[in-house]
Design a protein around this ligand. Structure first.
Ligand code: OAD
Length: 229
């Protein structure tokens, strides 16, 4: 599974590119690039502090829960690769979750390289719990940086029987290339999205609708029918 902002939209987490999305009100270069951080760290730290506190106020929705139910039924045959930086998959009960774009509830020390679970603010420049230096940044993969865990994701794409893309616009690589990669290795490919993405022609099947409906329906169908879904 590949998930994007659409799976968390009905929990109240803003997507990026929909109308009213995060990138409508913010300059991506200011808040989501290493250069933006270097130019104005206070602004960037405050931006992610706000999102970190928001994400702790929302709850997993029926789509997150349906994916957790799928993992419970199929054990280690299900892995969620998520572009999302929230922890809603985990809070719904999924255990095999790979955060390729980092996590809001994590801080990365620019001095010693350690990552720490982080629930509070970073804009007050707290010391790193490992090295005591006040050099923590949000543990988020910014534009121009290499996503996390590609070494784990590539074999999964090669081995997948079914690749499901949920609530992602497919605008950001390398995630946008995963459907073609999985398809090339003979996975059945399914898109579940409010509205089909630009990559719709690459999928064997597209189901349109809000994630809380279509993911639930698809999981039910899959558990009843298996790989044909
Ligand atoms: P986008 O904002 O680009 O796309 C959101 C997708 O969710 C769209 O395809 C919508 O149709 C769909 N959507 C919206 N509401 C939905 C709902 N209720 N049910 C189902 N689908 C819904 O978000 P992403 O594709 O996740 O990267 O964006 C990819 C990356 O771009 C993000 O991880 C982030 C951003 O820049 C970084 O921050 C590195």
């Amino acid at each position: 599974m590949l998930t994007g902002a659409g799976v968390s939209a009905e929990s109240g987490v803003a997507t990026f590119r929909d109308s009213g999305g995060l990138w409508e009100g913010h300059d991506v270069h200011q808040v989501a690039t290493p250069e933006g951080f270097a130019a104005n760290p206070d602004l960037v730290l405050r931006f992610y502090d706000e999102r970190r506190s928001q994400v702790q106020l929302v709850e997993p929705n029926a789509a997150h829960k349906a994916l957790a139910r799928l993992e419970q039924a199929l054990d280690d045959k299900v892995t969620i690769v998520t572009q999302n930086v929230d922890d809603l998959h985990e809070r719904a009960g999924s255990t095999r979750v790979i955060h390729m774009h980092g996590e809001l509830l994590s801080a990365l020390c620019l001095r010693c390289g350690q990552r720490h679970r982080w629930e509070n603010e970073l804009a007050s420049y707290p010391p790193c719990p490992s090295c005591s230096q006040p050099d923590l940044r949000p543990d988020i993969v910014w534009f121009g940086e290499v996503p996390y865990h590609m070494d784990r994701i590539e074999p999964l794409l090669q081995q997948a029987d079914v690749f499901v893309s949920i609530g992602t616009s497919g605008e950001v690589y390398p995630a946008a290339g995963f459907v073609a990669a999985a398809g090339a290795y003979w996975a059945k490919t399914v898109e579940l999205n409010l509205q089909a993405s630009r990559s719709r022609s690459l999928f064997d099947r597209v189901k349109e609708g809000p994630a809380t409906h279509v993911v639930l329906e698809w999981v039910d169908e899959f558990l009843a029918d298996g790989v044909r879904s």
